[in-house]
Design a protein around this ligand. Structure first.
Ligand code: PEP
Length: 247
């Protein structure tokens, strides 16, 4: 059986003082029997978060990594560097990176490959825009995005975590209904099954305005194995309520 994962994506938020308070509150409030939990923090705070999370049972995550191994790529951060800070997960292909940094399906697939080669589990984000959903293209879009990752990563695909994040639901307060999300997750599950005999190990998270109120219904769907949480991960009480809903 797949263990549920609740991963917080802080995006470009935080400060040394605020992080200490937030991580302290989340670690102190973690239920005794909890699902897997991770915090994906901005890169400058990796060392701080690594120290604060030590022994907490919460894993450290990054929000991106370079598709290159090393060298003349000013401003980029390699998978090996992340690994030195104890990073266990790295988000790749978040819609904000696809949109604002023009990341292609192929680049996202390479990032996943770099992460895996360094022993980091990529949380690979895919999802359709509102215009694509309204044009009836949801399945075609997410299948295309996933196909690129399968193509580049071959049998290693069973080592990734996938996150279905409809772009229209991210940071908007609009959530896919549990049925809408489950429908897409089931499509992704069968695409993964066709690519790997170990597909049943692959966690598929839902992301998009998941919060303390809607989490239980979403997480109750058979193919929803956890959540990638943006806004609600910045408030300890809300994030802890989602973790409890996943138990
Ligand atoms: C995200 O950033 O991946 C996300 C799902 O954000 P939010 O929960 O704020 O919609």
């Amino acid at each position: 059986m797949r263990r549920k994962l609740i991963a917080g994506n802080w995006k470009m938020n935080g400060s040394l003082v605020a992080n200490q308070e937030l991580i302290g509150a989340v670690a102190a409030g973690l239920p005794v029997a909890h699902c897997a939990v991770a915090l994906c923090v901005p890169s400058p705070y990796l060392a701080q978060a690594q120290a604060l999370l030590a022994g907490s049972g919460i894993d450290l995550g990054a929000q991106d990594l370079s598709c290159h191994e090393s060298g003349a790529f000013t401003g980029e951060i390699s998978a090996a560097m992340l690994r030195e800070f104890g990073v266990r997960y790295a988000i790749v292909g978040h819609s904000e990176r696809r949109q604002f940094h023009r990341e292609s399906d192929a680049e996202v697939a390479q990032k996943a490959q770099r992460a895996l080669a360094a022993g980091i589990t990529p949380i690979v984000c895919i999802g359709e825009t509102l215009a694509e959903r309204e044009a009836g293209q949801t399945e075609a879009v997410v299948k295309r995005q996933l196909a690129a990752v399968i193509h580049t990563n071959g049998h290693c695909i069973s080592e990734i975590v996938l996150a279905y994040e409809p772009v229209w639901a991210i940071g908007t307060g609009k959530t896919a209904s549990p049925q809408q999300a489950q429908q897409v997750h089931a499509v992704l599950r069968s695409q993964l099954a066709a690519a790997s005999e170990h597909a049943d190990r692959i966690g598929i998270l839902y992301g998009g305005s998941m919060n303390a109120v809607n989490a239980a219904n979403l997480l109750g769907q058979p193919d929803i194995d956890g959540g990638l949480i943006g806004g609600a991960s910045l408030k300890a009480a809300d994030f802890l309520a989602i973790i409890s809903a996943a138990a």
